[in-house]
Design a binder for this molecule. Structure first.
Ligand SMILES: [Zn+2]
Length: 265
């Protein structure tokens, strides 16, 4: 079995993001020649996210030019990060990581409207979409059906140690929120530049100075789906662990008064 590999993923890239933080993580990734996948919000209307950029809001034209350059000149991959990033449902979808969603639980027509609009905005700005990145990690089978109909067949999400095929899609799993060295597997390190602090940047830099050679592109990860029984079994085990954890947390939130389930984060 090969040693571990890592993919960097940056969430919540929009014209009204925290630009200083984004530039800071970009300079670190550039220094180590790392090409992440970035989740671009086509039409951000999430007031919480917009608040992060209140002092550094970009002109929309400048923003799109910047994203085009990141894809064309630096080889960064682009993910469609929803349409407007507004949570309009309390469904947990397939992964049940959170009980809020821009997509899960909505009708097929509504999901199709959002995916169509978002995809059109990115493509009208000359961007190629490598994957779908669901806000709050929440999507359902209808989302996947709509994505497939629009030619998007890869998702940056899911539970596992290796990319896998399911529901007719390729999933590049995401179970790591900060860089950690691992003995084997392919890990997506999910960063939120808007809220990163000095110690978070330092952690990324320290990790890259040690493990840069083990970082791969999103495209390479997506091409390396679990290809042997051992990897598939590991994936099933990890998926079971994370799904069980997510379900227990959901039950805990719903029934806060059950003493046995108290005490979790
Ligand atoms: Zn997001």
């Amino acid at each position: 079995m090969r040693k571990a590999n890592y993919v960097f993923r940056l969430d919540d890239v929009s014209f009204d993001m925290n630009l200083a933080n984004f530039q800071k993580i970009q300079s670190i990734l550039d220094k180590y020649d790392v090409q992440p996948i970035i989740g671009v919000i086509p039409c951000n209307r999430d007031p919480k996210l917009a608040g992060y950029g209140k002092d550094s809001r970009m002109e929309e034209d400048s923003f799109w030019l910047m994203v085009q350059n990141l894809q064309r000149d630096k080889g960064w991959a682009i993910a469609l990060h929803g349409y407007d990033h507004v949570y309009c449902s309390n469904k947990g979808g397939i992964l049940k990581t959170h009980e809020r969603s821009e997509f899960a639980g909505l009708s097929e027509a509504e999901q199709d409207r959002k995916i169509s609009l978002g995809k059109k905005i990115l493509e009208d700005h000359g961007l190629q979409i490598a994957a779908f990145m669901a806000p709050a990690h929440t999507f359902d089978k209808t989302t996947l059906k709509v994505l497939a109909a629009h030619g998007i067949q890869t998702v940056t999400d899911g539970f596992g140690l290796y990319p896998y095929r399911k529901h007719g899609m390729t999933f590049v799993p995401q179970i790591m929120a900060r860089p950690l060295p691992m003995p084997f597997g392919i890990f997506t390190i999910c960063l939120h530049p808007n809220t990163m602090r000095d110690k978070d940047f330092e952690r990324v830099e320290a990790f890259l100075s040690e493990y840069k050679r083990d970082v791969i592109s999103f495209e390479e990860a997506a091409a390396r789906t679990a290809d042997c029984i051992l990897k598939k079994l590991l994936n099933l085990f990890v998926r079971w662990c994370f799904s069980t954890r997510a379900t227990l947390k959901m039950i805990q939130r719903k029934f806060k008064n059950i003493p046995l389930l108290r005490g979790g984060a």
